[in-house]
Structure formats: C-alpha cells, structure tokens
Design a protein around this ligand. Sequence first.
Ligand code: SF4
Length: 230
Amino acid sequence: MEIIPIIEKDELATLLGGDEFGNISCSTRLKIEKLETVFEKLVEPSLYHQNTGIDSVEKGTVHLEEGPEFKSPKLSKMLKGCDDIICYIATLGDGIEGEIKRLMGKKHMAEAYILDAMASVATDNMVATFHRRMKDEYKNQGKQVTLCFSPGYCDWPITEQKKLFNLLDSQDVDVELNDSCLMTPRKSISGVFGIQSDYENGKTPYNPCWDCNKTDCPARRAPEREKEKV
Ligand code: SF4
C-alpha cells in the first residue's frame, strides 16, 4: 500500500522536548526546514499488510487459523470477539538511516538527533494513516477495527516479532530482524490489529490501558473519559 508519511509538527516538537512547534527555538526550526528537504529526497516508504483468521482466543493466547500463536494477555483481551487480524510492517527504507549515521559520523549531532525524531514521527504517521484507512474501509463493510498492538509493546514480548515476521511473506517486506528481534531499517514498525464483525454499534473498541494501573507508562493511550463509554 502506498502511503506518503507526513511529519506532524507538534508531535515532532513533543519528541524534541517542547510542547508545540510554535514554541521551539528559531535555530531548531531552521534545522528542521533544511532536513525536511533531505528527508523527502531519501524517504522510501513502504507498507505491507496481510489478513489472517483467528481460530480462538483463550488463556492469554491468540491462536491463529494458520501459523503461530501470539502470547499476550492484553492483546488477547483486545482481540476477543475478532474474526481476523491484520498484520503489517511499515518502513521508511534505509536512506534516512544512512543519513543519520553520516551526520553522526560528521559530529553533526543536533541534525542527526532531529532527523531521527522526524523519521520516528513519520513512521508513526504511516501506521496511523494505514489504520485510519482500514478503519474506514471496514466501517463501510459494517465492521470495526481494534487499536494497533506491536511486539515489545505492553505485555507482548518483543521475541514474538519472529512469529509475526514468519507469518508475513518475507519476499514482500524489505525489513530484516536481527537476533534481538530489532528491525533493520530501524525506522520500521510492525504490528497487528483486529477486525470485528459482531460488535455493539457506537461502542469504542477495547483499550487495555483502561484496566491498567501503570499511570506513568509512556505508551499509555487511555483518556479516562473513554472508559466511561464501556
Ligand atoms: S498503560 Fe502501558 S502497560 Fe498498561 S496497558 Fe497501557 S500500554 Fe500496556
């Protein structure tokens, strides 16, 4: 699927330690403007996705119709009642990574840091755009999608990344896993989300953060007001 990643400026500012883009320093803004041209020249975005049927979900494990089992109580609870999952891998390609290394080698640490942050925001944006498109597509079919979940996120062990990669046709994915289950190019995101055909209209898909007491978790995505809708 073709998705052009967008660098959301306020998200970038947050990642760089600020609150909003309008408040970051003039010199940082100038660096970002220059790096945007570099980014656009080097980015090679690609996103691969695949549907897989869910056989059953029990005892903290998602059993797929074909292939592996995913072990994560929180993922399992989120996928309860789903018929299928969509597995995906999104990447910016290796051009940006090469440029970050080149800048570091030249001791342009500020530029390297900013480009790294821009790439992180852009990768997140690719996945968010993909998720939104799928949400709309399935809504038209009378279905709803769950939130996204990635190996290494929450209680889903990073080692399960191997299972996810084995599930996808690796010929279509220009992303590799090392022995520590980290991806190359580094600016890549893999994950899954569920598809539900039988759901209560208007009910927000389950979010595991609603039930979690880790209020300082950096990955938390749980506006408390959503909890009231359950
Ligand atoms: S707050 Fe953090 S640990 Fe708790 S469910 Fe959400 S992502 Fe997982």
